[in-house]
Design a protein around this ligand. Structure first.
Ligand code: FES
Length: 106
C-alpha cells in the first residue's frame, strides 16, 4: 500500500492508502474523492481525470505518451505539470505523493 494525498481545488485534502498497481484515477474513484470525473473509465480518451503533479514527483513518473499529451491538449485547465491520473500507476516509489485537482474537469 502506498499513501497518496489528493488535494481539492479549495485545499481540502484526502489521504488514502492505495494498493500498488492501481492507477491514481482508480484510487480516487474507488474512494469517492471528488474532483476526478474519469468519464472514459481510464481509456485515456476523456481527459476528465487530470491532476497537477508537484515538480519533485514528476521525475518519479513514467513519461507521458503521445496519446496522453494529445488528450491534455483538450484540457482547459491543463498546465505544464498536468497528467492524466488514469495513466499513472501507483508504486511504492510514490509513497507520500500529493496531487492537486483542477477547479473542474471541463
Ligand atoms: Fe478518461 Fe483518464 S479517465 S482520460
Amino acid at each position: 500500500m502506498t499513501k497518496v494525498t489528493f488535494i481539492e481545488h479549495d485545499g481540502k485534502e484526502h489521504t488514502i492508502d492505495v494498493a500498488d498497481g492501481l492507477t491514481l484515477m482508480e484510487a480516487a474513484t474507488k474512494n469517492m474523492i471528488p474532483g476526478i470525473d474519469a468519464d472514459c473509465g481510464g481509456a485515456c480518451a476523456c481527459a476528465t481525470c487530470m491532476v497537477f503533479i508537484p515538480e519533485e514527483w514528476t521525475s518519479k513518473l513514467a513519461a507521458k505518451d503521445d496519446m496522453e499529451e494529445t488528450m491534455l491538449d483538450f484540457c482547459e485547465h491543463a498546465a505544464e505539470n498536468s497528467r492524466l491520473s488514469c495513466q499513472i500507476k501507483v508504486t511504492p516509489e510514490l509513497e507520500g505523493i500529493r496531487v492537486t485537482m483542477p477547479e473542474n474537469q471541463h
